[in-house]
Design a protein around this ligand. Sequence first.
Ligand SMILES: [Fe+2]
Length: 143
Amino acid sequence: MSFPDLYHHPKEDLVFAQLKLRAPDVVEQIGDLRREHEALAARTRELHAGLKAVFDEAHVPREAFVRWVRAFIDLQERHMQMEETEFFPAALQYLGPDDWRELEAKMTTADDPLFGERVGERFETLRRSILRWQEEHRIQGGH
Ligand SMILES: [Fe+2]
């Protein structure tokens, strides 16, 4: 599973559950965030499998690959749009300081690879790769 599926979405799901306690009718309007996260995870798996096949030099029809990428981007965009215009504002409006304290306590885990006590080796490697790509791009691309 990818970082958002493991760490980011569960946090939003916790906020969503808390919001459901404080403003059930608002949550009703927003829809089922957990189900959307599951759908996103499914699209991510699909894309991951597709990319892996390409890297393994399996024959992947171009249209199929484009379809997976499109489905992933569309869903991701729609999802973020909904969160930014509906979910996050509602959470800010209806959750109080006690709610956020409670949520923070639930969310703090030592194993979170980005914000936890032990920053995972995979992410350290990824960070170094990104910095290297940036460096190479600057050298080749000139900006
Ligand atoms: Fe989300």
